[in-house]
Design a protein around this ligand. Structure first.
Ligand code: SAH
Length: 221
């Protein structure tokens, strides 16, 4: 694709990261990862010029890539350290998975829609993300054969935290998920597992597309 004038991805990314810092994101691993992952390759061609604006963008099929600030907040709230095994539900474009892998994690990411799973898998392979494993299935059931996970991140909103995900969370693990009794309006919930008990914190209001599946919504409105 011909490079448009005024679109220098490295400079735009740097500016995006400065904005994230100005909005309170301080984890150096998060900032370095978001300064490095080429977000413009994860959005549709026609939207590349907007890839570094702080806005969600459509991925097609009714799904969206979250705005950079929300990706940063979630990546920070997940308190990851290099070497951790992370399960992500909702691969979408693959951008959040790429950020977590760049932070040093091994990522297992699940997507239910073939139309998004295929291009995301191809892009992540092309960009040499060998520590990201993509799977197509209902993520509300988790990934029992690979559990437990030190971190679980759900990037779609559901009515409850799917019980299989809590079960597959490691001791001292953290799970992050947008939870709401109504579709498209949720609270970002963080669950911490300590000695088999779970402690839940609310991190504020968010808007995510629907988590659809066995332990999610049955279908979109
Ligand atoms: N994290 C993504 C954005 C996620 S959008 C990114 O960085 O681009 C939410 C995604 O969750 C959509 O792609 C949607 O198809 C997917 N999804 C919804 N329910 C799901 C389920 N039960 N299992 C796996 N993926 C699901």
């Amino acid at each position: 694709m011909p490079q448009r004038r005024n679109v220098d991805p490295v400079r735009l990314r740097q500016r995006m990261v400065e904005q994230l810092e100005a909005h309170g994101i301080s984890n150096p691993l998060v900032l370095a990862a978001m300064a490095s992952v080429p977000r413009h390759l994860f959005v549709q061609d026609a939207l590349r010029a907007q890839a570094y604006e702080d806005t969600p963008l459509p991925l097609g099929y009714g799904q969206t890539i979250s705005q950079p600030y929300i990706v940063a907040v979630m990546s920070e709230a997940l308190e990851v350290a290099p070497g951790m095994r992370v399960l992500e539900i909702g691969t979408g474009s693959g951008y959040q998975a790429a950020v977590l892998a760049t932070m040093g994690c091994t990522v297992f990411t699940i997507e239910r829609l073939r139309e998004l799973y295929q291009p995301a898998t191809a892009l992540l392979r092309q960009l040499n993300f060998h520590d990201i494993h993509t799977l197509r299935r209902d993520g509300t059931l988790g990934l029992p054969e690979t559990a437990p996970f030190e971190r679980i991140i759900v990037t779609a909103g559901g009515p409850v935290i799917p019980p299989p995900l809590t079960e597959q969370l490691d001791e001292n693990g953290l799970l992050l998920m947008p939870v709401g009794a109504q579709q498209r309006a949720q609270t970002l919930v963080r669950v911490r597992k300590t000695r088999g008990c779970t402690l839940q914190e609310d991190l504020g209001g968010v808007v995510f597309v629907d988590l659809i599946g066995n332990h999610g919504w049955q279908r979109s409105p």
